[in-house]
Design a protein around this ligand. Structure first.
Ligand code: FAD
Length: 265
């Protein structure tokens, strides 16, 4: 680890002020990704601003028929929240299958979404549910937020404050987890809303993406049979020690059909 200045923020505004003018400054949520990155000397921030004391960044609120979840809300809190379980049960279930209990007790929704790991679970929910990412300066629609491998629309010093999820009519998330980390080899979140159907895939490519062919077929007929013949192209899909692009493309179809079946129950 390289030396850096450590700061404790008391609020989102305090964190923004602490990061101001520090182009090499980094926010820290639960440190689940940031700390290993620092330990491996893959990052050299001048300043680390700890958000753990920023109480205005945590918590779950029912709002506009949906939910607004504070950036510092831990995965474990989302998984066990009665509000989330009753409004968007698929989101509670997703959170309950992230990593292990240690990760769920430290990792946060804001850290996960800001980090945009290509195998992370939350980005699939955010994209499929058409969520809005609320930041210290603006609101960003999910379709405009994820920019590719570990890249997002967030600007320098801009922090996620919360994420607003509309309540879907039906939704489910099914993943094929890597047996060691529980990260998604492939995860598919399917959501049916008044506006249509959205299918978002994580783990398969360099970033979360939607499958339009499945969305169109499911909008006409929300059943797993409707997408059984849809093949996902292998172009651009991940091929690594965990699985080939062909294997991942196959898994997308299987996970999507299981998600539709689960959402239909
Ligand atoms: C062993 C292990 C297993 C895991 N398994 C899974 C899994 O199965 N599925 C899954 O989805 N994830 C998994 N994760 C990731 C984990 O769930 C965390 O969400 C992720 O590591 C981010 O951690 P964090 O919230 O502590 O953020 P940090 O590590 O503190 O921060 C991550 C990045 O986000 C930035 N950041 C943090 N908060 C904000 C904010 N509010 N606004 C803007 N930027 C911010 C930081 O500057 C940093 O760049 C796993 C992690 C580990 C270590």
């Amino acid at each position: 680890m390289y030396d850096f200045a450590y700061h404790r923020a008391k609020s989102a505004a305090d964190a923004t002020a602490l990061l101001k003018g520090k182009s090499e400054g980094r926010a820290m949520a639960g440190g689940m990704t940031l700390i290993p990155t620092l330990k491996q000397r893959l990052a050299r921030p001048s300043d680390v601003v700890d958000l753990a004391g920023a109480k205005d960044l945590a918590g779950i609120k029912a709002e506009g028929g949906g939910l607004t979840i504070g950036a510092m809300t831990r995965h474990g809190a989302v998984a066990t929240s009665t509000e989330v379980k009753s409004t968007i049960p698929a989101l509670a279930s997703l959170a309950g299958h992230i990593g292990d209990p240690q990760v769920r007790n430290r990792g946060t929704i804001g850290g996960s979404v800001a980090n945009n790991d290509p195998a992370a679970d939350y980005p699939a929910a955010v994209l499929a549910l058409g969520a809005t990412i609320n930041t210290t300066t603006r609101k960003i629609a999910a379709d405009q937020f994820f920019k590719g491998l570990f890249e997002t629309a967030l600007g320098e010093g801009e922090l996620i404050t919360s994420i607003s999820f509309p309540k879907p009519e039906k939704a489910a998330y099914v993943k094929f987890p890597n047996p060691a980390s529980r990260y998604a080899m492939v995860g598919v979140f399917v959501a049916k809303t008044a506006g249509g159907v959205r299918v978002a895939v994580t783990g398969a490519g360099p970033g979360v993406f939607r499958v339009k062919a499945m969305e169109d077929a499911l909008a006409k007929n929300f059943s797993s049979a409707a997408i059984k013949d849809i093949k996902v192209p292998t172009d651009g899909l991940n091929s690594d020690i965990h699985g080939s692009a062909e294997y991942r493309a196959h898994l997308v179809g299987v996970m999507a059909r299981r998600a539709v079946d689960a959402a239909s129950k």
